[in-house]
Design a protein around this ligand. Structure first.
Ligand SMILES: Nc1ncnc2c1ncn2[C@@H]1O[C@H](COP(=O)(O)OP(=O)(O)OP(=O)(O)O)[C@@H](O)[C@H]1O
Length: 214
């Protein structure tokens, strides 16, 4: 269960979110500027809200009243952004093992070879990010996020920079992760067509307002 209450005031934008998610895969949908990335970055601990409370599976990550604010690395949230944000100097294999090496062995949910097989990364392992297509980069980013053994996986417009051909290549992998991997997932997109291929559980955010229990 993911419970988020957050308020944040910016110069021309106000977020007021009250969200309770019990489904494994949820999509956050809304037009540009609605506050999707802001909500994600609050859950991840990148942005601090003015007030609110965030609890995942009973563990409190943020509570403005109780002055609890767990840092990003303690929240155990795997993130995939629009651009893969891979380490450019490392091979695909080392990008993947980097995430694994930062996770204590007893907390590791996957082995490298499992994720390599799931996302068909074998032929790419010795390559460096600049040698990959956009879709391949996103598959590596997804693999790296999974290998950090997160309690929650959040994807922020992971297909937005890809053309239709690459989108169609990577969508089956996202679908596979949403069905085969037992980690809650929040998927942000402004494309309903894309979302419908991954989940029916949809949260609509408009002008920073979202109030939803799924
Ligand atoms: N770091 C920031 N500082 C100030 N304002 C910001 C910052 N980041 C975003 N905003 C503003 O907050 C509002 C919400 O932005 P946000 O990025 O959350 O929207 P979004 O729904 O993710 O949009 P998009 O689909 O275009 O990515 C926008 O008005 C944006 O200009």
């Amino acid at each position: 269960m993911i419970e988020v209450q957050a308020r944040l005031k910016r110069k021309n934008f106000e977020l007021d979110a009250s969200v309770q998610l019990s489904q494994r895969v949820t999509a956050i949908y809304g037009p540009s500027g609605a506050g999707k990335s802001t909500l994600l970055s609050i859950i991840a601990g990148i942005t601090q809200p003015d007030s609110g409370r965030i609890v995942i599976d009973g563990e409190c990550l943020f509570d403005s009243q109780a002055r609890i604010n767990k840092p990003i690395h303690q929240r155990k949230i795997g993130l995939v952004f629009q651009e893969g944000r891979l380490f450019p100097h490392l091979t695909v294999e080392h990008n993947l093992s980097y995430a694994l090496n930062f996770t204590p062995v007893q907390n590791q949910q996957f082995q490298l070879k499992q994720i390599v097989a799931l996302l068909e990364l074998g032929p790419l392992l010795k390559q460096r990010p600049h040698q990959l297509s956009g879709g391949e980069k996103q598959r590596v980013a997804l693999g790296r996020a999974l290998l950090s053994s997160p309690r929650l996986l959040m994807l922020d417009e992971p297909l937005a920079s890809l053309d239709d051909r690459l989108k169609n290549q990577i969508l089956p992998f996202l679908k596979l992760v949403s069905t085969e991997i037992n980690i809650p997932m929040i998927y942000i997109s402004h494309s309903k067509k894309e979302i419908m291929q991954i989940t029916d559980n949809l949260i609509d955010i408009q002008h920073g307002k979202v109030n939803c229990h799924l």
